[in-house]
Structures are given as structure tokens and as C-alpha cells.
Design a protein around this ligand. Structure first.
Ligand SMILES: [Zn+2]
Length: 467
């Protein structure tokens, strides 16, 4: 009685193997086998994803694919590549699954001869297309060096893939490196006050309000120091200093919290990160009794970050009651670099820990470990170029190559690399920018390791030319 069943199973298995061996074509023998379909209400990122796919397929196979809105499409038209949140995609990806992908995550799969690129509506579909193009052999090594394979036939991916970047925020500051087009392809999504932010047509950048030293922007000393001297830091000589603030002052806390809340309301909540952070070179914190007592309760008299976190929590809690997704971003930098004890940052606080980071006994790595006990959300601000002179033909590629995987393993959610910063740097800024961005996407099964080895070879090759 079991024999016919075994034969039946074997038959299904053989049919399945035969079916799996037949590829679905996007182009075959110089002809299109699919058309591209966009949602009727396509987002800018979805439209850009479709154009990137169309343009690259043209260069790869010499075939121009038709691109239409879903309203013009029917199954009778033939197989399609559905990009973004089409009505067709809703049969296979629920709203809950889509929301779980965030802004940048994506899912690529084939069903019934059609190919689906579904992702977060800002940049997810773009990243899905980029990963697929990379699987065909496309490489964007630098803004002016791209490798595009020439293929007779272009086939749909044999296996589905799903990915949500572990790093929400990936940014770099190499003035001589990027074009916005290239940054989008490298999955850079940051906007830390630099010139290079992705246009809305490219899905837009992560929205970050203010640069990374914002206390003086939120509370300009020129307008406030004479009116509210108690808002500013008390120094050991008994005088108030306009360089930093008295972060435990209740009136100051409420002033800053209400100001940030009003600004976020005015921006209709379209804010990812809002900087509430110490001034650069401001001269340290406040020595008043209240600030000192707070530090003593959370690590000791020099635990300056206790004041920072307590202050940031107040602002974050106020804003979070109305806008829970907005992250209030602050610095662990200079005199606030060490983590406080027995205090937790609120869930909507993002702490940016500054320094050069690596694995093992590196003191900065220990710093990140200590901060991970305080804050759920950690961003790393690191230095990828030479601080001795941005013009040096030197890229800190050894450290960069190590620290991105290390940061991912240690739960870091955001990554920012200061490269040539204020200068233009040397030509090596370009190859240095590549591993920063590529690592920032995080490991992708079957692709990351090989790509990294290749990138390191490119870097070494350039160094041999330059040194
Ligand atoms: Zn104080």
C-alpha cells in the first residue's frame, strides 16, 4: 500500500526539480520578457527604484523594459516586475510585514512568474533593486568607477531574499567622495548636516534636525545669558559660563523640551533624529550643587554624562508622549564620553559615542560596551580620515574594515564616519568611502564576505599606486 505513495512522491519531487531548474527570464535573447509595474500611488523611492532597474537592465542586456503604473496592467499583459507597494504585492506581504521592514528593509521574491521587489516605502525598494543588480555582478566602486556586466539573458533570482539593515543610520563625511546617486547605491541614508543628502526623488535621507552640537542653537547664549543666568553652567570660580548649561535647572529643561516639541509639531512629526547635544569645546559641565549631586548618584563627581542623560530623558519623554518615533540624539563626547552608572536612557534616546573603535581591549570598544548598559540605542561617531591633515594620502581603512562588523555585533544602531571633514582630502577619500558604506549595510548572506575581500583588494591596489 505504501508503494504507490512513494512513486507519487517521487513523481512530485522530479516535477519539482524540473520546475526549479527552469529560470524565469527578465530578458532573453535581446528581448524583454517582463514589464515593470509601479503602484498607482508610487512613492518617490519606488519610482527611483524602477528607473534604476530599467536603466541598469538596459546597460546589462541592451533591452529597454516598459514601465507602467498598475492601473494599466493586467495579467494578460504577461509577466511583470512589481516594484514597491502594488495591490498585487498585498496578496503576499501584509501591512504588518511591510511595517517590520522599516524605511530601508526589503523582500524580493517570485510568484507565478512575476518578480516582486517590496520594501520600506522610503528607500526599501531601491535597496532591493540594488541588491538584485549586485547579484548580477554590477559594482559601484566609486562615483566614477562602475562595473556593469554584459549578459545575454537576465534571469529572476532563483531564491527569495529578505533583509532589514541592522544599522538604521549610515552616514559618512568624505567631501571628495560622494555624489548623491552613488550614496544612494551605497545605502548611505544619513544627513548629518552635510551637503550630501539624498533628494526626495531618491527616497530622501534620514531626517536629522540640527548638527551634532546643538545646545547653543536651542538656547543661544546671546539671547538668554543675561536674562537667565541660572540656565548656564556654574564654574568652580563661582561664575556662570555661556559655554554650557546647568542641565538640572527645571525651567531650562521645560524651555528646551517645549521648544523641541513645537519644532517637531511644525515639521508634522517628519523627524527621525533631533539633536539635543553639548557644544563643541564648550568648557565642560555645571558645578552647582544639584548637578553635582546628580553626578555623585550616578558614577561620581566626574560622571558628567549623568547630567546629559537625565536632561535628554526629560526632553525625550516630553516629545515621546506625542511623537514616540522621534529619537532625541545626544553626545557621549569629550568630557561626557564615559558612561554613567545606575541610570537608563529613555527608549527614544539615541546616544552617539565618539572615538575610534575596534575590537578586543580597545578602550573605545569598552566605552561602547559600558554605554550599551545605559542606552538601548547607540550610534558610533568615528574618524575615518587622518586628523593630522585631511590632505594626507591616507585612509583609515584598516580600522574601518574592522569596526563596522564589530559595531554590528555589539548592537550599535547608527554609524557615522568623519572622513576628510572640513577639508577636501586626497584622492584616497574615494576608495575609503566604499568600505564605510558597504559595511554599513551589514552582512548579507553569500555576498558580504566576498565583496569585502574585493574592496580591500581595490584599496590595496590604490595604495600601491599612491605611496
Ligand atoms: Zn547645574
Amino acid at each position: 500500500m505504501y508503494k504507490p505513495l512513494a512513486v507519487l512522491l517521487l513523481t512530485f519531487l522530479v516535477i519539482g526539480m524540473v520546475q526549479a531548474a527552469v529560470p524565469a527570464f527578465i530578458t532573453k535573447s535581446g528581448k524583454a520578457r517582463c514589464i515593470i509595474v509601479l503602484p498607482n500611488d508610487a512613492s518617490s523611492g519606488e519610482k527611483y527604484a524602477a528607473l534604476e532597474l530599467k536603466n541598469h537592465i538596459k546597460q546589462i542586456a541592451g533591452v529597454v523594459l516598459r514601465l507602467i503604473p498598475e492601473v494599466q496592467y493586467s495579467a494578460k499583459t504577461g509577466p511583470c516586475i512589481s516594484i514597491g507597494r502594488t495591490a498585487m504585492s498585498k496578496k503576499y506581504v501584509s501591512e504588518t510585514q511591510l511595517n517590520a521592514l522599516g524605511d530601508d528593509g526589503y523582500k524580493v521574491f517570485a510568484r507565478n512568474g512575476n518578480l516582486f521587489f517590496v520594501g520600506g516605502r522610503r528607500r526599501g525598494s531601491m535597496y532591493a533593486v540594488y541588491e538584485y543588480l549586485e547579484s548580477l555582478g554590477v559594482r559601484w566602486y566609486s562615483p566614477d568607477y562602475t562595473v556593469i556586466p554584459k549578459l545575454g539573458d537576465v534571469i529572476m533570482p532563483a531564491k527569495p531574499f529578505v533583509y532589514t539593515p541592522k544599522l538604521w543610520y549610515r552616514d559618512q563625511w568624505w567631501n571628495n567622495a560622494p555624489t548623491n546617486e552613488w550614496l544612494a547605491r551605497m545605502r548611505v541614508n544619513g544627513s548629518n548636516g552635510q551637503d550630501h543628502t539624498l533628494s526626495e526623488e531618491m527616497g530622501g535621507s534620514t531626517t536629522t534636525i540640527h548638527g551634532c552640537h546643538s545646545y547653543a542653537i536651542l538656547v543661544p547664549p546671546g539671547e538668554n545669558f543675561d536674562k537667565h543666568p541660572l540656565w548656564f553652567a556654574l564654574k568652580p570660580d563661582g561664575k556662570r559660563s555661556p559655554g554650557e548649561m546647568c542641565l538640572t535647572n527645571p525651567e531650562l529643561r521645560e524651555f528646551v523640551a517645549q521648544q523641541v516639541l513645537a519644532d517637531v509639531r511644525e515639521r508634522k512629526g517628519r523627524v527621525d533624529n533631533y539633536w539635543v547635544s553639548q557644544n563643541d569645546g564648550g568648557g565642560g559641565g555645571c558645578f552647582c550643587d544639584r548637578c553635582t549631586a546628580e553626578r555623585l548618584a550616578h558614577g561620581g563627581k566626574d560622571s558628567w554624562s549623568a547630567n546629559t542623560i537625565s536632561f535628554t530623558n526629560y526632553v525625550a519623554d516630553t516629545v515621546g508622549r506625542e511623537f514616540p518615533k522621534v529619537r532625541i540624539k545626544t553626545l557621549a563626547y569629550n568630557y561626557t564620553q564615559a558612561a554613567p552608572l545606575n541610570i537608563k536612557a529613555s527608549d527614544n534616546v539615541l546616544v552617539e559615542v565618539c572615538g575610534n573603535f575596534g575590537p578586543g581591549d580597545d578602550p573605545h570598544a569598552k566605552l561602547v560596551s559600558a554605554w550599551s548598559k545605559v542606552a538601548k540605542n547607540i550610534s558610533v561617531y568615528t574618524y575615518g580620515g587622518s586628523n593630522y591633515g585631511y590632505w594626507w594620502p591616507y585612509a583609515n581603512e584598516w580600522e574601518l574594515g574592522m569596526q563596522c562588523p564589530w559595531a554590528l555585533e555589539n548592537g550599535v544602531k547608527a554609524f557615522y564616519v568623519q572622513g576628510t571633514a572640513l577639508g577636501k582630502g586626497s584622492g584616497l577619500g574615494r576608495p575609503a568611502g566604499v568600505p564605510v558604506c558597504a559595511h554599513g549595510l551589514g552582512p548579507i548572506e553569500g555576498c558580504e564576505e566576498g565583496d569585502q575581500r574585493l574592496l580591500q583588494r581595490v584599496l590595496r591596489a590604490r595604495r600601491q599606486v599612491c605611496y
